[in-house]
Write a protein that binds this ligand. Structure first.
Ligand SMILES: [Zn+2]
Length: 357
């Protein structure tokens, strides 16, 4: 059988009219162009997997420079399949995809859709987490400052207590490379939260619950651990990852920071996993140790948070679950050291200022 097609010799991109003859051991291709005629013989073993596309069949042969032929004739494919049944070059991946038919293509489309959904559910938050982990520190701090400013707009700041809290913090060895800025805001809510880049907001409601400054130190240690380990930055970027993806997709890369700042209020109720909370508790306790403070402060803080009425504690407890478990873990850690605490008159003095009306 003889078919009309185009022959490409692999050296010129120009196709030459050719006649293709199906022989028992391969193809014979007689080509003719610009009064040049020639003939090549393709052995079956040298032929690459073929591509069938509707009416067109594309066959390639040999190593570099690779020759090829294309034949626009449905009968060519059928003739090949009949003559060379089982030959390797007829079992192309491309061919098998097409031969899947509609149901096969539907399955492939569904698999791709599944991959896309999986990426959106797990990939995007995980990607956001990686982005947050690799934020340069200067960027984290600049973002934190914007978030802090934005957050405070919604509150009344108690200037006197804010000054006392910052003085208290400056006396502590916090083990952070940059300064901490804190604000005390007027609210009965028992809450406190960390903002990326070294900012902490403490509600009067939680200060009113405390009786010893070591409890405050424990709270600060806990919140600063959330900052040091970028828990708040990561939780925020994760919870807003879809908005951020959208702003990246729409080409507004600078919009990523804007999305975070616009959603500053999510900081109030960020939820951390149990693992992250325990990590923050452990590091919070280390702050007490480093400053030779009574480690029982961490336990007292937890007990107060546990003992309050549910409504009162809602904000803090709902985002900080498993208080009973956490007390147990803290007690185990404290039992390991049993080191006597030192008096800290400076800290006491700022604490008195914080507690004063
Ligand atoms: Zn926490």
């Amino acid at each position: 059988m003889i078919f009309e097609g185009k022959y490409y010799n692999g050296q010129s991109s120009k196709g030459m009219p050719a006649q293709i003859t199906l022989l028992a051991d391969g193809l014979r291709i007689d080509y003719c162009a610009d009064e040049v005629t020639g003939s090549v013989h393709w052995e079956l073993a040298g032929m690459h997997p073929s591509e069938f596309n509707d009416a067109t069949t594309l066959l390639r042969y040999g190593k570099f420079p690779q020759q090829s032929i294309s034949v626009v004739d449905k009968g060519f494919k059928e003739a090949l399949l009949q003559q060379y049944r089982g030959a390797a070059f007829l079992k192309s991946g491309y061919n098998s995809v097409l031969s899947l038919g509609f149901s096969g293509i539907a399955i492939m489309a569904l698999s791709l859709l599944g991959l896309l959904v999986a990426f959106l559910i797990w990939g995007v938050p995980a990607l956001a987490d990686r982005v947050a982990m690799h934020f340069p520190e200067s960027y984290e701090r600049a973002l934190g400052e914007q978030l802090y400013t934005k957050m405070l707009q919604g509150y009344q700041v108690n200037d006197k207590k804010t000054a006392a809290l910052n003085a208290y913090l400056s006396e502590l060895n916090t083990d952070l490379d940059y300064p901490i800025t804190a604000a005390v805001v007027t609210s009965d809510e028992v809450n406190a939260f960390a903002i990326p880049g070294g900012y902490v907001v403490v509600y009067e409601g939680i200060l009113d619950k405390m009786e010893h400054h070591e409890e405050l130190a424990a709270l600060m240690g806990h919140e600063l651990a959330h900052i040091r380990n970028r828990h708040s930055l990561r939780a925020m970027t994760r919870s807003l990852s879809y908005y951020m993806l959208a702003s990246v997709l729409f080409g507004d890369v600078s919009g990523v920071a804007a999305v975070l700042v616009d959603n500053a209020s999510t900081l109030r109720n960020l939820e951390y996993s149990r693992t992250l909370e325990l990590e923050a508790d452990r590091e919070g306790l280390e702050l007490l140790r480093r400053n030779e403070l009574n480690e029982q402060g961490a336990i007292l803080l937890m007990e107060r948070l546990q003992s309050g009425s549910e409504l009162e504690m809602l904000a803090f407890v709902s985002t900080h679950p498993n208080t009973g478990d956490r007390i147990k873990v803290l007690n185990e850690l404290i039992a390991e050291t049993k080191r006597p605490a030192k008096e800290k008159p400076e800290l006491e003095r700022y604490w008195e200022q914080l507690k004063g009306e």
